[in-house]
Design a protein around this ligand. Structure first.
Ligand code: NOJ
Length: 475
């Protein structure tokens, strides 16, 4: 990674990698864990590539010490992991606590800290307890209070040691793929309706959890709380598509970022577009895109840092003629891949590292003076495994070069970078067919052996170089 100007990264830059509970832990029914929506979705069959499941995955529940060795081998300063909600609260509520689950996360957190690694914890990374889905999941209004109790439980039990929290991971993706397209759990296909209700309740839940932290825990614990937002970088396909590109951005990043960072409400033009189309389609005003109640804590200002998950860029094409009842119909725009961008592994991931620099600048200019953490970014492999994954290594080099330029030339306050992912893992509806790890995992053997990829070795070398240059010079 010689092309990277390492001096662009501040001394205390967070070098991390990320994972999520359902994707790595396995132990799906061990020691009192309750089922999550992904257990149900996978067990139904016909939903996931090869009918793979997260029943065992990387077995991090039993092989945590192996993961810790991987973290140490990379020399990470930070590790982002998620808590499996139903492992600690099997039915999702604090009425039933599973001490073994709490013990597991205490062990993980303590051993990270003892190794000098700062944990960043995500409270919900797609794996809602099934018991809560049975009551309506993210479409039920009650879920916001239930999430607040769960979050407070975690702050209370782990917050003496955990100072960086993510409430929700990628609400956009979860609402879209789980409630609009139905290709992710809980598999609901309800175009143009549930997606907005689910997204709204996610924001309410996040806001309540942030306010709970702010009032009850921040004074003694002094940590920071945010939510991880997915965004691609959007550019018009042709000059005629400029307005469509604005709409595309509004319906992706701004949908969640505007209420939290700008106004406390959805972007005005998103609201008016959905309301006008609702009337045309026979729905009453306000019925599809809900309103935030004045009686509840506002989402405005509920992020102590900006957490960005960036993977890819899109060219945007106008679809304003689309009259169907759907999210895409409301958006009146469609994102397509520029043929000059190489695809890595999965069909949706076109490599365009410059997009990240442009997006970081956009976020700085549009939203925020709070620091930014890139909480996910990565490159996947499909097909025969290449331990000498030179393409992925080049991808990390190109991407981090862009991050360095964003910091040194555009003045963006980027505090950290988390590669997705520490390990090859269960890639949702692509199962184990798609590999994002810095470590290869041999899913064909019961030992689930972890082997460092070339990209992992190069990432570790970069971290070591930064660390050695950041050390005070001895006299
Ligand atoms: C973002 C999600 O947070 C993560 O769970 C997923 O594996 C990666 N994207 C790659 O698709």
């Amino acid at each position: 990674m010689s092309a990277i100007d390492i001096t662009a990264f501040p001394k205390d830059f967070a070098w991390g990698a990320a994972t999520a509970a359902y994707q790595i832990e396995g132990g799906w029914n061990m020691d009192g864990r309750g089922p999550s929506i992904w257990d149900t979705f996978c067990h139904e069959g016909g939903r996931v590539f090869g009918d793979n499941t997260g029943d065992v995955a990387c077995n991090s529940y039993q092989l945590w010490e192996e993961d810790l060795k991987c973290i140490q081998q990379l020399g990470l300063s930070h590790y982002r992991l998620s808590v499996s909600w139903s492992r600690i609260l099997p039915n999702g509520t604090t009425n039933h606590i599973n001490p073994k689950g709490v013990e597991y996360y205490n062990k993980v957190i303590d051993s990270l800290i003892a190794s000098g690694v700062t944990p960043m914890i995500t409270l919900w990374h797609m794996d809602l307890p099934q018991a809560l889905q049975d009551c309506g999941g993210w479409c039920s209004a009650e879920i916001a209070d239930i999430f607040e109790s769960y979050a407070s439980f975690c702050f209370k039990n782990f917050g003496d040691r955990v100072k960086l929290w993510i409430t929700l991971n990628e609400p956009y993706v979860c609402a879209m793929l789980g409630y609009e397209d139905g290709i992710f759990a809980p598999g609901i296909k309800d175009p143009g309706l549930s997606v907005y209700v689910a997204g709204h309740n996610m924001l309410r839940a996040h806001a309540k959890a942030w306010h709970a932290y702010n009032t009850h825990f921040r004074p003694s614990q002094g940590g920071q709380v945010s939510l991880a937002l997915y965004s691609d970088r959007a550019e018009p396909l042709t000059a005629k598509d400029a307005a469509a590109t604005e709409r595309y951005k509004e319906f992706t990043l701004d949908w969640f970022a505007c209420p939290v960072f700008c106004t406390g409400d959805y972007p005005e033009s998103m609201r008016s577009r959905i309301e006008n189309r609702s009337l045309e389609l026979g729905y009453k005003q306000g019925s599809r895109l809900p309103h935030f109640s004045k009686d509840e804590p506002s989402p405005l200002g509920t992020a102590d840092f900006f957490a960005l998950n960036y993977y890819t860029s899109r060219k945007v094409k106008d679809l304003s003629e689309n009259t169907e009842l759907s999210f895409v119909g409301d958006q009146g725009a469609e994102g397509v891949i520029d043929p000059s961008w190489p695809i890595c592994g999965v069909h949706w991931l076109a490599v365009y590292p410059e997009g990240l620099r442009k997006l970081l600048k956009y976020i700085k200019d549009t939203y925020t003076s709070v620091p930014i953490y890139i909480t996910e970014n990565g490159f996947s492999q499909m097909g025969p495994v290449q331990i000498e994954d030179v393409d992925r290594s080049q991808f990390y080099e190109d991407t981090l070069q862009q991050v360095g330029k964003a910091i040194s030339q555009d003045g963006v306050n980027v505090k950290g970078y988390f590669a997705w992912s520490l390990l090859d893992n269960f890639e949702w509806n692509d199962g184990f067919n798609v590999r994002f790890g810095l470590f290869h995992v041999d899913f064909s053997s019961s030992e689930l052996k972890r082997t460092l990829y070339r990209s992992g070795r190069d990432y570790a070398a970069l971290i070591a170089k930064h660390r050695s240059q950041s050390k005070p010079k001895s006299i």
